[in-house]
Design a protein around this ligand. Structure first.
Ligand code: ZN
Length: 593
């Protein structure tokens, strides 16, 4: 086994900035309720059925039939063989584990070390994969030690594996082992390898796993084979494993460039693909889309990747310049052309010579200006206002509009010949509500950028804030999201996460139905901070249309008495009643029912 892969993974993971130093099972008390608790983690999971999405904080999740995973597993084994199927599933599990570690690290940067560690076992259970019981664990980052032993019950992988192949001689919880390895390695910044010592697929009643620092295992070449250790060497490899040092998707990396475009959704990727294809040509490009979708940012990127990138990029917002001045702005002016034109000056066309001229809101140009623009495009020459000499210009025109230019042509407000001239290569930029998968990336991007710009330290977003942003309609698109995050960065207290109230005014938020896990594990609507509508809440929690009040009261009385072990005084206190009032109501409810 070569040594370098192990070291490089550890180094990569170390760069992930783990804040945990040490902890062990002896001082971990789940009842102390140090964050992240199970309730905290459950709070991060919510369902948005109207929108076709499930979220774990800002990551999109899927609810998949266990049997479908079992089917996939069988097909993988049948087509690729046991070895390769095991490798694929182990690595997929690793990605999940590393992702969950990233979530926990970002949401609870100052969380209690042992609780942060245990969050992985809780998330694994919350996600319906396996019930985890820690037997013992101990870790010390500074000394580079890790040791943990766990019981796995109800492992979903075993259910499917045993169903298909019966009891065998090898452990079968491959993706679960990958998850544990990914979670702990990513969190602690050292390669920690998990092995399944006993497995239900080998005839046991439960599975038993041991996690240990790679060095303490001795030879981990076999484990690394399933993790495809050779790929650790290359950071650039598009392999799932670099998640160990949670790398941002390339487009999402926050750099110094304020015009960076960020996204990973399919709608966004499709626009980028079109842009990259046309950028290296000289074709005129027309960006369409609602206001705030980032048309100028796309135009700048187009310029940057074009052969004209060393030459100027000049942007003109046609709507921002008064009709009387637009011609002199675009084409320049000769001295004495009109009152006040005391010196000659070049227009934007001349200033963009050799480069790119971006004409935003082109639909607002008057018909006269449209005619002059068309001539400039056709002849590649312009005439300054008040001048008589023509000037050759070499300019690539990129235009943008948020109105339907074809409709403007039909209405006689836009020249058809100019429309065809501009519409050579149209690129439609989708509104933010059609690329919701990008919202988490953009939130993160703007958070870092605005925090740096305003010199503020905020620790991310509360789950409530994440939910609100993920479900907001964004009529103002990306620009609006950026403004909301900037407002949040400025309003949130130093060292705390941004909450809904830091970004939104109450009336901005719609009443979208969101479902979260209720106290008894059932899905219940959650519209806001607390329960805004108790009746509705009870109806959905109890799954009933009608809630007869006497029955409800009787149940509350009975439960209070039971909870206090028959002590009527204590039960009365819980219900805000005197003992006599409680006794009276108990007697009455017994009579009524
Ligand atoms: Zn197992």
């Amino acid at each position: 086994m070569s040594k370098s892969p192990r070291i490089s993974l550890a180094e990569m993971a170390r760069q992930s900035g783990a804040v945990l130093r040490r902890g062990d099972s002896s001082n971990f008390d789940p009842s102390r309720g140090l964050p992240p608790t199970l309730a905290d983690l459950t709070e991060s999971l919510f369902f948005s059925p109207g929108d076709g999405r499930i979220w774990m904080n800002d990551q999109r999740m899927l609810l998949i039939h266990s049997s479908a995973m079992g089917h996939l597993r069988r097909e993988l084994i049948d087509t690729l063989g046991l070895e390769r199927a095991r490798g694929l599933l182990t690595r997929a599990g690793y990605v999940s584990g590393a992702r969950d570690a990233q979530l926990v690290r970002e949401r609870w940067p100052d969380g209690d070390a042992a609780s942060v560690f245990m969050a992985g076992t809780r998330l694994h259970a919350l996600e319906g994969v396996v019930k985890v019981t820690p037997l013992s664990f101990e870790f010390d980052i500074d000394r580079g030690t890790y040791e943990g032993e766990f019981l796995w019950e109800h492992a979903s992988e075993d259910d499917e594996h045993i169903g298909a192949y019966g009891i065998g001689t090898e452990p079968a919880c491959w993706s679960q082992v990958g998850y544990a390895t990914g979670y702990v390695t990513s969190l602690f910044g050292q390669l920690v390898v998990f092995r399944e010592i006993e497995c239900r697929s080998m005839g046991g009643s439960v599975c038993r796993v041991v996690g240990r620092h790679a060095a303490a295992w001795g030879d981990v070449s076999e484990d690394l084979r399933y993790l495809q250790a050779q790929d650790f060497r290359s950071l650039a490899a598009p392999d799932p494993l670099p998640q160990a040092a949670p790398a941002e998707p390339p487009l999402a990396a926050a750099g110094a460039d304020p015009h960076e475009i960020v996204g990973a959704s399919s709608a966004f990727a499709s626009a980028c693909h079109q842009l990259d294809r046309v950028a290296r040509t000289q074709a005129t490009v027309l960006f369409t889309g609602e206001s705030g979708v980032g048309k100028e940012v796309f135009a700048r990127r187009l310029h940057r990747v074009s052969s004209r990138s060393a030459q100027p990029f000049v942007a003109v917002n046609c709507a921002a310049i008064p009709e009387t001045l637009i011609e002199s702005e675009l084409f320049g002016v000769e001295r004495g052309a009109f009152t006040g034109a005391s010196v000659s000056r070049p227009g934007r066309f001349e200033r963009a010579d050799g480069g790119t001229l971006f004409l935003d809101e082109i639909g607002t140009l008057s018909l006269v200006s449209q005619g002059k623009l068309l001539r400039a495009l056709q002849e590649s020459e312009i005439e300054r206002v008040g001048g008589s000499r023509t000037v050759k210009v070499d300019v690539r025109v990129v235009a943008a509009t948020n109105v339907d230019l074809q409709a403007e042509v039909r209405a006689g407000r836009f020249r058809e010949d100019l429309f065809f001239r501009l519409n050579v290569y149209p690129i439609h930029l989708p509104p933010l509500r059609d690329r919701r998968d990008d919202i988490p990336l953009l939130m993160n991007h703007f958070l870092r950028r605005e925090a740096a710009r305003h010199g503020r330290r905020v620790t991310g977003f509360t789950p409530r804030a994440v939910r609100a942003l993920l479900h907001y309609g964004f009529p103002g698109n990306i620009r609006e999201l950026q403004n909301l995050v900037e407002r949040g960065v400025i309003s949130a207290e130093e060292g705390t996460p941004i909450d809904v109230r830091h970004m939104f005014r109450r009336e901005q938020l719609s009443e979208e139905t969101l479902l979260a896990i209720g106290a008894h594990g059932a899905l219940a609507p959650r519209a806001g901070d607390d329960v805004p509508n108790l009746l509705q809440h009870l109806q959905s929690t109890l799954g009933r249309e009608a809630l007869p009040l006497p029955e409800l009261e009787a149940r509350l009385l009975r439960e209070a008495v039971e909870a206090e072990g028959g002590n009527l005084s204590a039960a009365a206190r819980r219900l805000g009643l005197s003992r006599a009032q409680l006794a009276y109501r108990l007697e009455r409810s017994g009579r009524d029912l």
